[in-house]
Design a protein around this ligand. Structure first.
Ligand code: ASP
Length: 333
C-alpha cells in the first residue's frame, strides 16, 4: 500500500469509528474508489499524449504545461502546430481534399468541466481547433458547420486561406485519374491529431483536428469532431481520442466507451484494447481499415492500441517527448 493511501485509510477509519457505522460504510466505499483511480498520483504532471509521431506538437503542449498553462491552452496550441504544417497532409493547411477538391476540416475540443466545442465541414480557415474552442467559449452552441463555421471564424478575426496546397492538389489530380476510393492503411505517418493533456493541477483536456479521409464524398463528416466518438474527456476519470476510419469509431462511440471502461476500473491500455475489439468483432472487413485509440487516466497512466501495425503515439512526460509504436490486434495479417 502506498504511504499516502495508507495515511488516508488510517484517518478515515479513525473518524468512522468515532462517529458510527453509517459513516464506516460510506468511508469504506470511498476507500475502494480511491484505491482504483483517484488516489496516489503515480506520475509527475504534466503529461501529454498525441496520436502519431508529432513531436513538435506534443512538445509544444508539454512546454506550455511546464510553464503553468492550463491543459486546454496546451492542447489548442499543440494541435495548431500540426494544423499549420503543410507537410502534414491530413490536418489543416495542406490537408488532402474531398473528391471535389475542397479541403474541409473537422475539429473539436473538450475541457476539464466537460464543455465541448466543434466545427465540421469548415473550409478556408487553418486553425479549426481554435474555432472549435471559440464555439465552446463564445457561443451558446456546441457545433457549427460549413459556411456558418467559416463566417464565425472570420467574425472572430481569423483570415481566410486557400487550404489546398500545390502538393495536395497534384495528389488529388492523380487520384482523379482512377477515382478509386480505397483508404490505405497507414502508408504515411500522419492522420488525425488527437491530443490529451494533464496540467500541473491534474486537470485533463483534449483536442482532435483533421481534414478527414482523403477524397471523401462532399459533405462527409468523420468521428473527429463528434463528442464521444473522436474525443471524450471526463476530468474525474480520464480522456480518450481516436484516429483512423471515422465511420467505425462513430458506430461504436469509441472514446466515450474507453472513458466508461476506465470508470469501471480498466486501465487506459485495457480500455483501448476493448474498444478496438468492439470494432473488429462481427466486422469481417476490419483488415481493410485502420483505427487507433489513445487514452489517459487521472493518475497519468496512458494506453494506446490499434487494429493494424504502424500506429504510433507521442508522449511527453518527465520533460521528455518520445515516440512509441503501438501494439495491435491484427497480428496474423
Ligand atoms: N478519423 C478521421 C476521419 O474519419 C480520419 C483519420 O484519422 O485518418 O475523418
Amino acid at each position: 500500500m502506498k504511504r499516502r493511501s495508507f495515511l488516508k485509510k488510517a484517518s478515515l477509519t479513525g473518524v468512522a469509528v468515532a462517529v458510527g457505522s453509517n459513516l464506516i460504510a460510506k468511508n469504506a466505499r470511498e476507500e475502494e474508489k480511491s484505491d482504483s483511480l483517484y488516489d496516489g498520483v503515480a506520475k509527475d504532471f504534466p503529461i501529454v499524449i498525441s496520436t502519431w509521431n508529432v513531436p513538435n506538437a506534443t512538445l509544444k503542449a508539454g512546454e506550455l504545461l511546464e510553464l503553468g498553462y492550463s491543459s486546454i491552452d496546451a492542447v489548442e496550441q499543440g494541435c495548431m502546430i500540426e494544423e499549420a504544417d503543410i507537410k502534414n497532409q491530413s490536418v489543416g493547411f495542406g490537408g488532402r481534399p474531398d473528391r471535389d477538391g475542397n479541403v474541409t476540416l473537422d475539429a473539436c475540443i473538450m475541457n476539464k468541466k466537460g464543455d465541448y466545442g466543434a466545427v465540421v465541414y469548415m473550409q478556408n480557415i487553418v486553425h479549426a481547433i481554435s474555432i472549435a474552442r471559440k464555439v465552446m467559449e463564445n457561443t451558446p452552441h456546441v457545433m457549427l458547420a460549413g459556411k456558418g463555421a467559416e463566417e464565425f471564424a472570420v467574425a472572430s478575426g481569423y483570415k481566410k486561406t486557400n487550404l489546398l496546397t500545390q502538393e495536395s492538389k497534384i495528389a488529388w489530380e492523380n487520384w482523379k485519374k482512377e477515382a478509386d476510393y480505397q483508404p490505405i492503411i497507414n502508408i504515411e505517418n500522419h492522420d488525425t491529431i488527437g491530443m490529451l493533456a494533464i496540467d500541473k493541477n491534474g486537470d485533463i483536456s483534449g483536442g482532435c483536428t483533421t481534414s478527414g479521409l482523403a477524397y471523401k464524398m462532399a459533405g462527409r463528416i468523420g468521428d473527429s469532431p463528434i463528442i464521444g466518438s473522436g474525443l471524450f474527456i471526463d476530468n474525474e476519470i480520464g480522456g480518450a481520442t481516436a484516429t483512423g476510419m471515422g465511420e467505425e469509431v462513430l458506430k461504436t462511440v469509441g472514446s466515450f466507451l474507453i472513458v466508461e471502461l476506465m470508470r469501471q476500473g480498466k486501465s487506459p491500455q485495457q480500455a483501448c484494447e476493448e474498444a478496438i475489439r468492439r470494432i473488429v468483432v462481427n466486422n469481417s472487413n476490419f483488415k481493410n481499415f485502420q483505427v487507433g485509440y489513445i487514452a489517459i487516466n487521472k493518475k497519468g497512466e496512458t494506453g494506446f492500441y490499434s487494429i493494424h501495425e504502424y500506429f504510433s503515439v507521442s508522449i511527453y512526460e518527465n520533460k521528455i517527448c518520445k515516440n512509441h509504436l503501438s501494439d495491435f490486434y491484427n497480428k496474423n495479417g
